[in-house]
Ligand binder design. Structure first.
Ligand code: 4AD
Ligand code: MG
Length: 482
């Protein structure tokens, strides 16, 4: 007998009607000792199993509860009841493993509404819930679509190191990597820790970005992208930050800033469209959840559009493209700024934008995703290409409703002398990054790239509001359980 997933069965059952089939899964509900709603994770939809209790021992029936794991063989028939197209008339039921009934009552597996905080405390069990099933199936679809997009567009998937000596962003937010005995650190003559004796013979850390290595590869392969875990020891306990997140970083030889923005827009739209077309059941569930959640909010904080509607609008409209200078004008003249409604008031050209400013531009002013470009050079990283005005660099950030920054990127400084000078000005160690500078010596070309935070995109697509709920095992300050 063929084992099948519930998704396959529900999608294509016609030829199996009146055949015996075998399914395996977990009990979501057991009504009247007669109807089991079985779920195997392949889809949000359950399969109804009809149990005629005269056919089974009392002992077996007594041991079937919510969360029990079962293997069931039975005849597939068209359903008599409403609410499902097919059901299985059970002939054989096998309980596959333990289910500690008493303990189950205190877990999130107990079928009732649980807070997201409680679901997070039991992150190892949350895959069994409808909500997290949908979120993680969609996370998979997003990742798959990302690879598909780049493959179709002739990019090569490049794996950059997790352990590195470089601080690509120059922000110093790194987790060190060492195999020293921390209670007995070797010191050099100056009394400083002697990293020459460490595993790699130098100071190393977990990567904050694969960009610099990615650039070296783009200087030979042309179009590459990285897709891997990224680590930042920034102590920001927000709903948008993780200490470990996944970043996608394309890098393209011969692209300028405008090409880079075009790529980012096309890429985001492709992935969102893919999810709209391929995750209909999960999106319908999340759309409903999103609508329910809005009802609990005060009128003024409610989203103007439903989740699916929001996704459809994003793929239809052209993103607004606005220079940093224009954005500052808009913010300076905004009612919010004049009335002191921003936590960080905008005072002058040159200040860095906070999430509240980004969201004002996207949600209130333009009511559209916005791409900001040409930022002041002093608030951006050393590798960005300097513009003619001497004040700005060819940077770009894509800002999304409800999220703020989802992508950050730039055209890169390909001119050796200018890059070297900028590194000196910004105290970036030339000796550490000799190999990066080297790529500007032998056939340097204009090039550009960006980084997408995977979790921020998954947040947007699922309508969840906390980034901890879209990564299976979140790492945040004071939290590395599981
Ligand atoms: O803007 P960022 O810092 O850019 C870079 O790292 C560049 N090297 C990218 C490049 O040009 N190749 O980060 C890129 C994106 C952000 O826009 C955001 O979506 C995400 O990464 N991100 C985070 N996501 C979750 N938690 C954090 N702590 C994040 N920091 C950045
Ligand atoms: Mg950024």
């Amino acid at each position: 007998m063929e084992k099948t997933t519930i998704k396959k069965l529900l999608g294509d059952y016609k030829k199996l009607i009146h055949h015996d089939i075998t399914v395996q899964g977990w009990v979501r509900a057991f009504r009247s000792n007669r109807f089991i709603a079985l779920n195997d994770g392949s889809t949000i939809n359950n399969l109804q199993i009809v149990v005629n209790f005269e056919d089974f021992s009392e002992e077996l029936i007594k041991n079937i509860h919510t969360a029990s794991s079962l293997k069931i063989t039975g005849e597939l028939v068209e359903s008599q009841g409403s609410g499902q197209s097919i059901e299985v008339l059970a002939k054989k039921i096998e309980i596959l493993g333990d289910n500690f009934f008493e303990e189950m009552q205190t877990t999130i597996l107990q079928p009732k509404k649980h807070s997201l905080e409680k679901l997070r405390e039991q992150a190892h069990l949350r895959f069994r819930t409808n909500l997290f099933g949908s979120v993680f199936r969609i996370r998979h679809a997003v990742s798959f679509a990302i690879h598909q997009y780049f493959n179709q567009n002739e990019f090569f998937y490049l794996n950059t190191p997790v352990i590195t000596g470089a601080d690509a962003e120059g922000a110093g937010e790194m987790f060190g990597v060492t195999n020293f005995d921390l209670n007995n650190l070797p010191k050099n003559e100056e009394g400083e820790i002697d990293y020459e004796q460490d595993f790699f013979g130098r100071k190393t850390n977990l990567t904050v970005s694969g960009q610099l290595e990615g650039e070296t590869a783009a200087m030979g392969l042309g179009r590459i992208y990285t897709f891997g875990p990224t680590f930042r020891a920034e102590n920001s306990n927000t709903t948008r930050h993780l200490a470990e997140f996944w970043m996608v970083e394309p890098e393209v030889a011969f692209n300028d800033l405008e090409d880079n923005i075009d790529l980012a827009e096309d890429f985001l739209k492709y992935v969102i469209k893919y999810v709209l077309e391929n995750c209909k059941d999960d999106l319908a569930f999340l759309d409903n959840r999103f609508a329910e959640e809005q009802k609990t909010k005060p009128e003024k904080d409610r989203a103007k559009e439903g989740l699916i509607e929001k996704l459809e609008n994003v793929i239809e409209k052209r993103f607004k493209r606005v220079s940093y200078t224009e954005a500052i004008e808009i913010l300076l003249n905004s009612k919010e700024n004049k009335k002191g409604k921003f936590q960080f008031p905008i005072e002058n050209w040159g200040t860095d934008l906070q999430s509240e400013h980004e969201r004002y531009l996207v949600e209130k002013h333009f009511e559209s995703p916005v791409v900001l470009f040409d930022y002041p050079k002093d608030i951006k990283a050393f590798y960005m290409r300097q513009n003619e005005d001497g004040k700005t660099v060819a940077a770009m950030d894509v800002l999304f409703p409800g999220i703020g920054e989802i992508i950050g990127g730039s055209q890169r400084e390909e001119r050796y002398e200018l890059l070297k000078t900028r590194m000196q000005e910004m105290h970036v160690d030339e000796k550490e990054l000799w190999w990066y500078l080297d790529t500007r010596k032998f056939g340097s070309v204009p090039h550009a790239g960006f980084g997408l935070g995977l979790e921020r995109l998954v947040l947007f697509v699922t309508g969840m509001s906390n980034i901890r709920d879209v990564i299976p095992f979140p790492r945040t300050p004071k939290n590395a359980e599981f």
